[in-house]
Write a protein that binds this ligand. Structure first.
Ligand code: AMP
Ligand code: ZN
Length: 141
């Protein structure tokens, strides 16, 4: 897509710090990292949403992201990593070319996900699980 910043990075029209590239995916350092080494893994083909990325490409994104995460864990300051994907503006997606964040994590990194833990009202969890399971069966079989 011609006006997409990540498509331009893949084509070399915008500079990036490349970590990895193959026929399906491209990985490079995030320009404003949560922690140093924070990497983005993107499909070479333009997709806005993960939902339209072919399974083999999505699988490669996950596999390469995990391998980069494992490598980052070997840095002195890190003991783990988060894989994060924001799909849609309300979910925090700013660049509309789907990307998997690999965020290295250390015990003392001072970063916390703002993660809340709600309680389901009576019956609601069963209802939601039922709807999702039925729709998935319909679409996937
Ligand atoms: P998201 O909010 O999930 O859409 O994340 C977009 C990410 O892209 C942010 O973490 C940005 O720092 C990163 N980003 C934006 N422009 C560039 C760029 N030119 N090179 C590397 N990372 C970028
Ligand atoms: Zn793109």
């Amino acid at each position: 897509m011609s006006d997409c910043i990540f498509c331009k990075i893949i084509k070399g029209e915008i500079p990036s710090r490349k970590i990895y590239e193959d026929e399906l995916v491209y990985a490079f350092l995030d320009i404003s990292p949560i922690n140093f080494g924070h990497t983005l893994v993107i499909p070479k083909e333009h997709h806005q949403s993960a939902a339209t990325v072919p399974e083999n490409v999505a699988g490669r994104m996950f596999a390469i992201g995990s391998r980069i995460g494992i490598l980052l864990k070997r840095f002195d300051e890190y003991d783990g990593y988060n894989l994060h994907l924001a799909d849609g503006t309300v979910a925090g997606q700013v660049v509309m070319h789907v990307h998997l964040h690999v965020v290295p994590r250390g015990a003392e990194d001072g970063f916390r996900w703002n993660w809340r833990q709600q309680q389901y009202p009576e019956g609601r969890a069963d209802e939601i699980a039922g709807i999702l399971a039925a729709k998935l069966r319909e679409k996937i079989g």
